[in-house]
Design a binder for this molecule. Sequence first.
Ligand code: SAM
Length: 248
Amino acid sequence: MTDPVTVWRRLAGSSVLLDGFHALKHAVRFGAEVPVAVAADRAATLALADELAPDVQDALAGLLTEVPHETYASFVPRPHPTAVAALAVRPSRASNLEKLAHTPRTAPVVVLDNPRNLGNAGAVIRLAAGLGATGVVTTGTVDPWHPTVVRGGAGLHFATAVERLEVSDLPPGPLFALDPEGDDIRATKLPDDAVLAFGSERTGLSPELRTRADQLLSLPMRPQVSSYNLATSVAMALYHWSCGVAGM
Ligand SMILES: C[S@@+](CC[C@H](N)C(=O)[O-])C[C@H]1O[C@@H](n2cnc3c(N)ncnc32)[C@H](O)[C@@H]1O
């Protein structure tokens, strides 16, 4: 058997770090390819799986190798309370683009237009996975597979299609851009093939995205409140889509 430390050192630069039990659990559950997984206490990790995730316990038993705590700690930026870490293969851009472009679509694509906060982007990917969105596209310079975004996404990058694209290359479908000045979202039934776009934390929607939008939609918010947090806005809009209703 190949030494996990050797495998880790070979793959770390080109793989997705799964930091902690929950990230590994989600990634395995949603079909990630995991070439190496380590735990400082393998028996305790499998007991946790028995308690919290029996569906992946056998898979984890096959993947996990026990290493000394210092070795585990040397693999991660900051030790996680569960002392579990793994490396996963990033899904190919081609396969993600195919999922994003596929029609007819049964759930919206979320677009984050030039997001700046990596934690926000991770929270949005977690939300999108939870509500069954087709994918999350970012525009701008942030890599949505940056380790900090992956940490915020709790391993759920593997449950939805996550890619960076230019505004001119967004997936097909009616483009609804969320903006406090838009029409009240409660009067609109969001279709399953919607592309739902959200602006940057600092500057809102870019002129390019605004120009492309079919409609601007606003979330209910009382006067004198300027805006919601980006991830909160995505949660409200996706929840509205999931209810499948319009009418105030
Ligand atoms: C933190 S806000 C951006 C605030 C920014 N200062 C601006 O000028 O718009 C981030 C994004 O969340 C969405 N958002 C926040 N509050 C909203 C609301 N009440 N209605 C619709 N979208 C909202 C928009 O897409 C917005 O661009």
